[in-house]
Design a protein around this ligand. Structure first.
Ligand SMILES: NC(=O)c1ccc[n+]([C@@H]2O[C@H](COP(=O)([O-])OP(=O)(O)OC[C@H]3O[C@@H](n4cnc5c(N)ncnc54)[C@H](O)[C@@H]3O)[C@@H](O)[C@H]2O)c1
Ligand SMILES: O=c1ccn([C@@H]2O[C@H](COP(=O)(O)OP(=O)(O)O[C@H]3O[C@H](CO)[C@H](O)[C@H](O)[C@H]3O)[C@@H](O)[C@H]2O)c(=O)[nH]1
Length: 328
């Protein structure tokens, strides 16, 4: 039996593929390489270049590879782009996930693990935010993921497809063995941007908003190491295979850092100073979002190992150095 990983050539998916290969699992990756990289997929996995919306291809892969589990990462992920081009997000995230779920049901797949996001909560009334908090996404990206969650729950009730929905908080860092990392072009994520600035790939960076109701006026987020996020997926797969019920779980550590905390940490770990400008708020950014993280630990037995901002930043820096840096 194989695991089908969609988006396995991307940032988080490639870490998952390495972990599955390490565990001796046969892996098929489906990726259209729109933002992913062929080289991110280890040779021991089968890479099929194609689209999650291609139902005939997905059904063939499920049958030919005896797929019993799908881990569905493939998506469009840039929040401001989703505001400008919502229909792209409802097609690639919502419609293509609907098609993936249908192929899974028709192909007899037993387990489905879905990449959701803290963006489904919008601006939470209370932090840490628990899984049963009000869901009020503030962008088409968040809505596209919430709609996928709803379809998956309904399909489970009707067709018995076991699922775990993981709501990721802010994912960062890289494989400690430096086999893969975040290679995204024109990245917008804070730690990636700060690391690129520290290494001279950008002249400066902006802090979006310094007047939030937080201790230093900048937004607070729960940054989770990508390897810990991946281990939650491995735990989720084990949970489903052992007959555990379908679940929706946050993936964060339960503590927050401000934008300025992160930038100071990048400067300290890199040992360089760089230019940081104050800028206007970025539309749609919640002030504070931190996970209530106890359920993933209780339900899955998840045990994070890299809950340390300096470690996350060091791994992100090491990966960026490996990718290449500009002369300073
Ligand atoms: N990075 C984060 O902080 C974060 C936070 C919350 C949730 N997520 C979710 O995690 C998942 C992975 O995100 P990532 O950061 O690794 O992004 P990424 O862009 O690096 O990876 C996405 C991968 O999916 C592929 N892809 C996109 N559309 C496809 C399609 N239609 N068919 C086949 N392949 C397709 C891309 O080529 C890429 O390899 C996404 O579902 C995203 O919404 C990410
Ligand atoms: O150059 C930058 C980049 C980011 N930020 C700020 O840093 C914080 C974190 O921003 P990111 O773009 O790194 O992450 P987000 O919190 O906006 O969003 C991320 O986490 C969300 C869940 O919380 C979603 O899953 C989304 O897909 C994912 O990009 C925000 O306050 C943002 O305004 C800056 O100040 N300057």
């Amino acid at each position: 039996m194989s695991v089908l990983v969609t988006g396995g050539a991307g940032y988080i998916g490639s870490h998952m593929v390495h972990a599955l290969v390490d565990a001796g699992e046969p892996v098929v990756v489906l990726d259209n390489l729109s933002t992913g990289f062929r080289a991110a997929v280890p040779e021991a996995a089968t890479l099929v270049t194609g689209d999650t919306g291609d139902a005939a291809l997905v059904s063939r892969l499920i049958a030919e590879h005896g797929v019993d589990s799908i881990i569905h990462f493939a998506a469009s992920i840039v929040v401001p782009e989703s505001v400008a081009e919502p229909l792209k997000y409802y097609r690639n995230n919502t419609a293509n996930t609907r098609s993936m779920i249908q192929c899974a049901v028709e192909g007899g797949v037993k387990h489905f693990i879905f990449s959701s996001t803290a963006a489904v909560y919008g601006n939470p009334a209370q932090v840490p935010v628990a899984e049963d908090a009000t869901l009020a996404p503030m962008s088409p990206y968040g809505s596209s993921k919430l709609m996928s969650e709803i379809m998956l729950r309904d399909a489970t009730l009707a067709h018995g497809l076991g699922h775990v929905i993981l709501r990721y908080f802010n994912v960062a860092g890289a494989d400690p063995a430096m086999r893969t990392g975040q290679s995204t072009k024109n990245a917008t994520h804070l730690i990636k941007v700060a690391v690129e600035t520290a290494l001279g790939l950008r002249d400066k960076m902006d802090v979006f908003g310094t007047d939030y109701p937080t201790p230093d006026g900048t937004c607070v987020r729960d940054y989770i190491h990508v390897s810990d996020l991946v281990s939650a997926h491995a735990d989720a797969l084990r949970h489903l295979r052992a007959g555990g019920p379908s679940e929706t779980l946050n993936c964060g550590y339960g503590r927050g850092f401000s934008v300025l905390d992160v930038i100071e940490t990048v400067k300290a770990v890199a040992g360089v100073d760089f230019r940081v400008d104050r800028a206007a708020r970025r539309p749609g950014d919640p002030a504070v979002i931190v996970a209530a993280s106890d359920r993933a630990r209780e339900v899955l037995g998840w045990q994070p190992r890299h809950d340390d901002l300096k470690t996350i930043v060091r791994h992100a820096l090491d990966w960026q150095r490996k990718l290449g840096t500009a002369p300073r």
